[in-house]
Design a protein around this ligand. Structure first.
Ligand SMILES: [Zn+2]
Length: 96
């Protein structure tokens, strides 16, 4: 798999600075203004996130989905419990 990098470069001569996505071992890109050599200011790896293609990411999202589902069920049951308690209190109040 080719790793793409978001590279921020600055010119060694002028004030030019720019970002570009670079892939593999391309020769160092020159300054877009004066074509002088540039230096790398910062570099970020761009990791493609494609559900189903990355088994680790897919497992994580499944885990998250399952967790979200369980939390939702707990909240629903808590709300249902409150509803039941309210109905019971109301019934008691009406009777009394
Ligand atoms: Zn320059």
């Amino acid at each position: 798999m080719e790793v793409r990098r978001l590279v921020t470069r600055a010119c060694t001569v002028c004030e030019w600075e720019g970002q570009a996505v670079e892939q593999g071992d391309r020769p160092t890109a020159g300054c877009q203004w004066c074509h002088a050599p540039t230096r790398v200011v910062s570099e970020e790896l761009l990791v493609p996130i494609a559900p189903g293609r990355n088994p680790f990411a897919a497992a994580l999202s499944r885990l998250g989905a399952a967790r979200g589902g369980r939390v939702r069920a707990e909240r629903l049951s808590a709300a249902r419990r409150r509803e039941i308690a309210r109905a019971a209190a109301l019934a008691r109040w009406r009777r009394g």
